[in-house]
Design a protein around this ligand. Structure first.
Ligand code: ADP
Length: 698
């Protein structure tokens, strides 16, 4: 029994639906899209991170520049103040020495508060010979400073520029000092000497030490000669630096505008951001620098946190994408399985559809309201109603189509009763009906209840008319055969009894024995012919021995051996087809022709010739051999003629002619197996012609 759900799919849709599921390629595209999106999202995240990093770096640089600018401004202020106060002292010494010469008492001036020498290692005068002659501290006699640059520079140059030396160990003070000097020029422009203020570089470095610029930060004062006057890196003081060859030095001295640059030190290989300022009125440049690493340190931790978050986001994107991929692939597999199942279902539906279309059995399926929801072509022809008209009709209408009893008007079959039968017999019930009406059909009806939600029951209709007729014929045949055998048997039985009577006279005994003998012969003939028929029907021509048979020769031979009744002539054989040949089993053909010739004699008791005419004909290019056996006997009425091939049928019921009524049936079967044909023309009281046609063969 087919699956009703499957049936429904096939019938409702009418044809296989190929577009129920999407193609797997679209899911593949979806995956490509997903991973492209994931890659895009990741790229965006990292672009954003790098943008933030750039912004942070820029902010840091701006902040660092601002800090350095402020710091250098502070250093500049500090330096300006210091240098100015030193210069004031220098001016004082310059003027004092010029006017009073060696009588200039600096200590007295300090005590009077005219000059403040607190921040200076020493103040004093070097005379025109280069001898340190006046000082605020006890002057060691004859210290010769004529070789010192801060002396020599004024000797050469008559201008009034201040000179600021690089740090050196003071011979007068015995301390590291920056010597600030001015030329003392006499009234007539003669060189009188040099006013000296020794500035302790530590004064600057201590101040710088109070400013936090990191362990590798740099604060320095450079002269326009490129040599460091003060230079502090972290906690270390180092004055021996020469910037004159640095590529940035020109930039530093060429203008008064402050500026900056970033470079890596060739000495300690640390990258720093530098900021410089020229000190107005003094040949000094302030230089401050911070280590770029330090500069970034603050935002580094923030950026690390940001990058960690970005990594987490990336990881999340990958996990989500991988999960979705896994999900989509599962969907893909699922879709594949569905498609496979779908195509199997489609195949099954196709097969079932074909089966239902071609099936000789009728199928009617009913919906839950017991209305016909499907009918196949066979059911339409079995019920004599167009297919379209069957769909939707109820059980009453179906019962009506099966037919109603004309006398009671009741349905010939009740589907409700059939259903209740089915419920009691595992869902299936069966009926045979012979609906009244012109169709004269016998139907086998099987009902099967369905478990499906859309189908309540299915009816299977089978045309059993032929089977029923065959059954009927068989039983009729058996009854006739039994009857035919019983007649001679009854005679044999009765006359045997007479034979057994001791007082039966000899004449009667003889007559009884003769009758018994004759009737036994009849029985033997009937049984032989029945056996012949049975054999032919069950085996067909499987035990026939086919050979080329000359029809004229065969019939002449039959005539030759035929026991012609007394006072009768043998059959007159003639015709153009005497030499025609057919392919056949000689003994079977002999049996067939003998039977017909024998009948011609049997049923022409009044005499007359029996003529056998053999002709060849051609129909549609196929050669035929036609044998006509004609007699001028009793003939048959039309009604008798119509029944002569029915087994045991005998038109002549007088009993005068012996026979079984089986001969022509056997003949017909033999000729049919030779692909031939037998026809009989007859007229009562005139005679009969039996015409046997066989395919010619050579
Ligand atoms: P049977 O043994 O009775 O001859 P057949 O099958 O040979 O049986 O013939 C069936 C019946 O057909 C015969 O009983 C007879 O009534 C009729 N019949 C056959 N051949 C002829 C014929 N040549 N003329 C008239 N009737 C015939």
């Amino acid at each position: 029994m087919p699956d009703l759900r499957t049936l429904k799919i096939g019938f409702v849709s009418g044809s296989a639906n190929h577009n129920i599921v999407k193609k797997p390629t679209s899911v593949r595209w979806l995956l490509v899209l997903l991973w492209s999106f994931a890659a895009g999202l990741t790229a965006l995240t990292w672009l954003h991170v790098s943008q933030l990093e750039r912004d942070a770096r820029e902010r840091e640089i701006i902040a660092a520049k601002r800090d350095l600018s402020n710091l250098s401004r502070l250093m500049q202020e500090h330096a300006v103040r210091t240098l100015h106060s030193a210069d004031q002292v220098l001016r004082f010494i310059q003027a004092g020495y010029k006017s009073v010469g060696m009588r200039l008492d600096l200590n007295k001036q300090i005590d009077l508060g005219v000059i403040d020498a607190g921040i200076f290692n020493q103040i004093g005068v070097i005379n025109a010979a280069g001898i340190y002659v006046i000082g605020n501290q006890t002057v060691t006699p004859h210290i010769d400073l004529s070789d010192r640059e801060h002396f020599k520079v004024h000797l050469k140059d008559t201008g009034d520029q201040i000179f600021i030396s690089k740090p050196m160990l003071g011979r007068a003070s015995g301390k590291w000092s920056i010597q600030m000097t001015r030329r003392i020029t006499g009234r007539n422009g003669e060189f009188l000497g040099v006013a000296v203020v020794s500035l302790d570089p530590a004064y600057f470095s201590q101040f710088y030490g109070e400013l936090d610029i990191g362990s590798n930060g740099l604060m320095a004062l450079y002269g326009l000669d490129g040599l460091a006057r003060v230079r502090k890196i972290g906690a270390e003081n180092n004055f021996s630096s020469d910037m004159s060859r640095s590529p940035y030095f020109n930039q530093m001295v060429s203008s008064m505008a402050p500026g900056g640059f970033t470079t890596r030190s060739v000495v300690d290989h640390i990258e720093r951001m530098y900021f410089y300022r020229r000190i107005p009125d003094f040949p000094i440049i302030v230089l401050a620098a911070i280590e770029t690493r330090m500069m970034h340190m603050h935002s580094d931790s923030e950026l690390t946190a940001l990058k960690t978050q970005a990594w987490l986001v990336t990881l999340l994107i990958i996990i989500v994408s991988a999960t979705l991929t896994y999900y989509f692939k599962s969907v893909l597999r699922f879709v594949g399985a569905i498609q496979l199942a779908q195509s199997k279902i489609e195949d099954q539906v196709q097969q079932l559809d074909t089966v239902f279309q071609l099936s000789p059995g009728g199928f009617l399926s009913f919906d839950p309201e017991h209305r016909v929801s499907f009918a196949n072509p066979a059911s339409s022809s079995l019920l004599g109603m167009p297919l379209n008209a069957l769909i939707g009709i109820g059980e009453d209408d179906v019962e009506r189509l099966f037919g109603t009893h004309s006398d009671t008007g009741q349905p010939i079959i009740s589907l409700a009763t059939l259903r209740s039968d089915a419920r009691q017999h595992s869902g299936t019930a069966f009926r045979k009906i012979v609906p009244p009406g012109p169709l004269k059909r016998a139907l086998a009806i099987q009902m099967r209840l369905s478990q499906s939600a859309s189908v309540s029951q299915i009816l299977h209709l089978r045309d059993i008319t032929l089977e029923t007729e065959v059954e009927l014929l068989k039983s009729e045949f058996l009854a006739t055969a039994a009857h035919e055998l019983r007649t001679p048997m009854a005679s044999i039985y009765g006359f045997s009894e007479i034979l057994l009577q001791p007082d039966t006279d000899d004449d009667l005994r003889k007559e009884a024995a003769e009758i018994i003998y004759r009737q036994s012969g009849v029985m033997v003939t009937i049984l032989n012919e029945l056996l012949d028929l049975a054999r032919i029907e069950s085996r067909g021509d499987s035990d026939f021995k086919y050979e080329l048979v000359t029809v004229g020769g065969l019939i002449t031979d039959i005539a030759h051996h035929f026991k012609t009744p007394a006072n009768r002539q043998g059959p007159v054989i003639s015709g153009a087809g005497l030499n025609a040949t057919v392919k056949g089993d000689k003994s079977k053909l002999r049996q067939a022709f003998l039977n017909v010739i024998s009948n011609a004699y049997k049923y022409s008791p009044g005499g007359g010739p029996v003529q056998v005419d053999i002709q060849t004909t051609s129909l549609d290019g196929v050669g035929k051999v036609e044998v006509s056996v004609r007699d001028f006997g009793i003939g048959m009425t039309e009604d008798q003629l119509g029944r002569i091939f029915t087994r045991f049928y005998r038109a002549d019921t007088s009993g005068a002619v012996p026979g079984t009524g089986l001969g022509l049936s056997i003949t017909k079967d033999i000729i049919a197996l030779h692909k031939g044909e037998i026809k009989v023309q007859s007229q009562a009281g005139v005679g009969s012609v039996v015409i046997i046609t066989l395919p010619e063969s050579s």
